[in-house]
Design a protein around this ligand. Structure first.
Ligand code: N01
Length: 497
């Protein structure tokens, strides 16, 4: 029980009331929310999950080669260290199994309503009325939207895509029935996903063709396996994991997260030099090397990490195509040079719509204000957590949060502690509705936009970090500042009714 919560329980006033919660999404942050609600003494909650399995990103992304680019001992809940991670960057299947095991251990799996998609959420008489796609209704006091960041696949409008004769699918909808071994596989895209897929498949397929619209900088990152002796040590001395976690977190912040928010920092130049050396030292054919060389700064797009992509793309059965895609035909992909690239399988590693957040749920706040209208231009939120006019509705990994190669688990843990502190105001009877003020939200937005202009993400490239105006939407300050902001809410920024 947190200090806040303990104080709340001790000080329960006449106006205090039991609270009912809906958590939307049973991914990493939904599971976390349920565990933390239980810990805080709130047991009346339901986790709504539209799919039939928990795990979010790790349930949806099952493509060959999937792994997390945050070291696994950091990409774990702080309260659930896992001595059994097989690699420094564990594969997706281990991460999925980890979330399932944690949910089971905490009894959260019993509180999830699978196959239940929330369609509308309306704030009526001080409570949230939820209606599912099946027409079921629930009324709750608080919503925690744990709906993920990169969840809605970006399907490009490629002429003729539907005419392709083989299997064509988005990387987050991997068709495990498609014959891959020995096939001619095309991959559209050059992001983290495409790089992992190409590297994983090159030795299994007859040919692999990567369609590149924009080259990416690649940071070399070894992925050593933990030895049985190391794993035994992790079991015997969990404090080793804690130390490692703290060290990785600090290293990430100093060498990466704090560097990218200051485009002129010395650390930023180190990252660039590392990526440049990786390209120069490891790609031998000068023509291919120039095709792979970006004309923008490293980490402007989300930095791709890979120990062996350059080796993969130089194999005899791999081809990098840089001519623009003109049409998809039944036999393959036609490019601007007139060439037809014959394929059996076409993978769209074309990323996600990163501006959706809890949409397409139709959310209506106080006085009938619709979130679809408030966010029509772009999503806004105070400190990434909440939106003015939408009381008692809190987001984890919402708009403008830290997404720049951090552990989103660390981010969500800080956010849920902050959200619980806000909820304590209701439990203590000091208010029944809490939402950020428009003034505080506007002030934060103005400040973050100014800061965003100094980040490397604004240094001239196209990426999913940018909003419709080309302004980076990600948290543009240091991670230390995020930690400080999340340590306790400034209640002057909130309206308590
Ligand atoms: O998606 P992306 P992703 N025609 O948006 C191209 C996380 N992640 O799935 O660069 C041709 O980065 C597009 O081209 P361009 C991580 O946060 C993590 O790879 O816009 N090409 C780009 O090359 C990551 O950043 C891990 O010119 C088209 C690609 O598709 C995020 O997910 C693993 C196109 C999209 O790249 C997203 O990564 C995987 C078109 N019409 C993902 N439309 C790890 O933890 C798009 N593209 C390791």
């Amino acid at each position: 029980m947190s200090n806040n919560t303990a104080a709340a329980v001790a000080g329960l006033g006449a106006a205090a009331r039991p609270l009912r919660f809906a958590i939307i999404g049973a991914g990493m942050s939904g599971i976390l929310s349920a565990i933390k609600l239980d810990e805080a003494g709130y047991h009346d909650y339901v986790v709504y999950e539209k799919a039939d399995r928990l795990g979010g990103t790790w349930r949806e992304n099952t493509y060959p080669g999937i792994a997390c680019d945050v070291p696994s001992h950091l990409y774990s809940y702080s309260f659930e260290p896992n001595p059994n991670w097989s690699h420094r960057y564990a594969p997706g299947v281990e991460i999925q199994a980890y979330f399932e095991a944690v949910a089971e251990r905490h009894g959260i799996d019993q509180c999830i309503r699978f196959g239940t998609e929330i369609e509308t959420a309306d704030f009526v008489d001080g409570r949230w009325v939820l209606v599912t796609k099946m027409g079921e209704r629930d009324v709750v006091d608080v919503i925690i939207a744990a709906t993920g960041v990169l969840h809605h696949p970006n399907i490009p409008e490629l002429a003729g895509l539907e005419t392709f004769a083989g299997a064509a699918f988005h990387s987050a909808r991997w068709d495990h029935g498609a014959q891959i071994d020995g096939a001619r596989v095309g991959v559209i895209g050059t992001g983290s996903t495409a790089v992992q897929i190409v590297t994983a498949l090159v030795d299994r397929v007859a040919s692999i063709t990567m369609f590149q619209r924009t080259p990416q900088w690649i940071a070399p990152q070894e992925n050593p396996e933990f030895t049985p002796e190391q794993i035994t040590q992790f079991h015997r001395h969990p404090e080793i994991i804690d130390e490692m976690r703290a060290e990785i977190s600090r290293g990430f912040a100093d060498r990466f997260s704090n560097a990218v928010v200051n485009a002129d920092s010395p650390e930023m130049y180190v990252i660039e030099a590392t990526c440049r050396a990786n390209l120069e030292d490891n790609v031998h054919d000068p023509v291919l090397r120039e095709k792979l060389r970006p004309d923008y700064r490293a980490a402007c797009k989300r930095l791709v990490v890979s120990p062996d992509f350059y080796q993969a793309i130089q194999k005899p059965n791999a081809e990098l195509v840089t001519d623009a895609i003109v049409t998809i035909e039944p036999a393959g992909v036609r490019t601007a040079d007139g060439g037809l690239h014959d394929l059996d399988v076409l993978v769209l590693a074309t990323g996600f719509r990163a501006d959706r957040f809890m949409r397409p749920i139709h959310v209506t706040g106080r006085d009938g204000v619709r979130l679809d209208d408030v966010w029509a231009q772009r999503p806004v939120a105070h400190l990434s957590i909440a939106v003015p006019g939408f009381p008692n509705l809190f987001m984890l990994n919402g708009p403008n949060g830290p997404v720049g190669n951090f552990s989103l688990i660390e981010v969500a843990e800080l956010q849920i502690a902050y959200v619980l502190a806000l909820i304590d105001e209701i439990r203590m009877g000091r208010c029944t509705e809490i939402s950020p003020s428009a003034t505080a939200t506007e002030r934060f937005d103005v400040e973050r936009i100014e800061a965003a202009k100094k980040t490397v993400w604004a240094s001239g490239c196209r990426s999913w970090y940018l909003d419709d105006r080309g302004i980076p939407a990600a948290w543009p300050f240091t991670f230390d500042r995020f930690r400080d902001e999340m340590a306790a809410p400034n209640l002057h920024d909130y309206e308590l009714i």
